[in-house]
Design a protein around this ligand. Structure first.
Ligand code: ADP
Ligand code: MG
Length: 531
């Protein structure tokens, strides 16, 4: 049996009196791919940040086995200590410097290692000789990057500016950074969240290569299929606790899901055929004609998009993050001024977000922190933020406090917002629960048109299921929904008509809905020849 190269014993991390990680044991063997499976908020990232030295444990111990096969206690005060112990991490949110080149980012990673004691210098690479230098010559950094790229099949242009790379390529750079400092333990936090189906396949090939090279990988995901296909062993976390450890294949997907959520899951209804589409004449709600939107760097983010949504349908837009979806949604909402073409909503051309909202448009934004909730406001005020809500509650022009409270409490219970406290500030809720506030507010208004961008990101299985039911209910009430999501499964499940967005272009894809491979190709822009 392979030795453990990393061991966590009874590790706890509390924030205030909340235990994000609660008495967790974890072990990693040399050369294994060990998946950590858990719902959003289960404590996966926190656990990894503890190993990587970003957090200090509140209790428990971490041990690493060094190259000489000595096991000793790891007290990582910062990532630098973790890196020196052969631990590399690719975060859920990348930590790259966008206005430097790939090679420069790699050089920075190496520079970070340099200030550590000599025994921690990587033992394998040709680039060892450069480690003593404080600054890397440009050519050296490029050479090191090329060598690493070549060796692991992680092809990327060393001279490209990181800011200009796709998310998939940025991820490669992050992995290269970890490999540059010779990480023996690679922590990958939800690495596939930013990849298309094709890219996931390629990515798994790379992981197997790294494994064959003797590296141990901690693979974090909440996607069952992926975990089952790539891992050797699985640890399941639920609400901060380790609830299962076993070899992959010991439990079925369903049994694992039960471990994850601790109860029987509601099966998401598969048949979503839409009775309304058949015999009602189409009734336009949203009408986009030749819409072009410039992004924050004046690049063309949305390119000549024409489409419509009708009453009683959900139109889905699939695609990998960063292909113009955000700009498209914001333009429709009247939040982007660098736009040309026309945006018609129920026969009018409202200008600016207030006018758009007054036409009866609900909006679940991608970025809930800056546009979804007001952190300092209470949960109640966030739930009832919208003027329409307030108007519904006003009586003799006075806000009826009792009805306000009751409405908020009902929404909190319907959406299972936790903790179920109406008067605490929204900022004290987890991301997933803040998301539920936005959903509760926007959906409960039953808008004529609902623009939902990644509506279930950060939600647990049952909350996501509830949101899906609500979107379907909107449709059945003959409202119109534009669902923009990077979760392909979700778009396929809910959409009556389907598009793919790739590099700013919108491609009709309803005909390909049963062909994941074809969709994946559209998502990566492979079959899209005209530029
Ligand atoms: P996962 O990665 O499994 O989705 P996280 O480790 O990010 O989960 O979060 C676990 C729990 O800890 C969540 O409820 C989250 O809100 C909470 N949490 C994480 N980081 C902090 C922090 N810095 N302060 C307070 N609470 C936190
Ligand atoms: Mg996480």
């Amino acid at each position: 049996m392979a030795e453990n190269i990393l061991e966590l014993r009874n590790i706890t991390k509390t924030f205030g009196d909340f235990a994000a990680v609660d008495g967790v044991d974890f072990e990693l063997r040399a050369g294994e791919i060990h998946a950590i499976l858990g719902e959003n908020g289960a404590g996966k990232s926190t656990l990894m940040n503890l190993i990587y030295g970003l957090y200090q444990p509140s209790g428990g111990r971490i041990y690493v086995t060094d190259r000489e096969a000595w096991q000793r206690r790891l007290r990582a005060k910062s990532p630098r200590d973790a890196i020196a112990n052969g631990i590399g991490m690719v975060h859920q949110h990348f930590m790259l410097i966008e206005n430097l080149t790939v090679a420069e980012n790699i050089a920075l990673a190496l520079g970070q290692l340099r200030s550590n004691p000599a025994r921690n210098v990587p033992s394998n690479g040709d680039y060892k000789q450069w480690l003593g230098k404080f600054r890397f010559k440009k050519e050296d950094a490029i050479r090191i990057t090329e060598e690493l790229s070549e060796r692991f099949g992680l092809i990327v242009d060393p001279t490209a500016l990181v800011g200009s790379l796709s998310v998939g390529l940025k991820q490669r750079v992050e992995i290269l950074k970890a490999l540059a400092v010779d990480a023996r333990i690679l922590i990958l936090d939800e690495p596939t969240a930013v990849l298309s189906p094709q890219e996931v396949e390629g990515f798994f090939t790379i992981l197997r290569k790294l494994q064959a090279d003797g590296r141990a990988i901690i693979f974090i995901s909440h996607k069952m299929k992926e975990v089952l296909s790539i891992s050797d062993r699985i640890t399941v976390l639920r609400r901060g606790k380790k609830v299962y450890l076993g070899p992959t294949g010991e439990l079925t997907a369903r049994e694992l899901a039960r471990e994850m959520i601790g109860e029987e899951i509601n099966d998401v209804e598969r048949s979503v055929s839409n009775p309304h589409l058949e015999n009602t004449p189409p009734d336009n709600v949203l009408q986009l004609s030749n819409l072009t939107v410039l992004g924050s760097r004046d690049e063309v983010a949305v390119s000549d998009v024409s489409m419509e949504t009708c009453r009683g349908e959900i139109v889905g837009i699939a695609g990998v993050d960063g292909n113009g979806q955000r700009e498209l949604a914001e333009a429709i909402m009247g939040l982007r001024h660098n736009a040309s073409g026309t945006i018609g909503i129920l026969g009018a051309n409202p200008q600016g977000i207030k006018a758009v909202r007054r036409r009866g448009v609900g909006y679940i934004p991608e970025d809930r922190q800056t546009t979804g909730v007001i952190a300092a406001f209470s949960v109640t005020d966030n739930l009832l933020l919208n003027v329409t809500h307030l108007a519904n509650l006003a009586q003799w022009n006075v806000l009826n406090q009792k009805r306000k409270r009751e409405t908020a409490e009902q929404l909190i219970s319907d959406y299972d917002i936790r903790p179920p406290l109406a008067n605490i500030p929204a900022s004290s809720l987890s991301g997933g629960n803040q998301q539920k506030i936005v959903l509760a507010r926007e959906i409960s208004l039953q808008p004529e048109l609902l623009i939902a961008v990644n509506p279930t990101r950060g939600l647990d299985v049952n909350a996501a299921h509830y949101v899906h039911e609500n979107l379907l209910a909107q449709r059945d009430k003959k409202k119109s929904v534009l669902l923009i999501s990077t979760e392909l499964d979700e778009v396929l499940l809910l959409s009556d008509r389907l598009y793919v967005m790739s590099r700013g272009k919108l491609i009709e894809a309803t005909a390909q809905r049963n062909d994941i491979e074809a969709l994946g190709l559209l998502m990566t822009g492979e079959t899209h020849t005209e530029e």
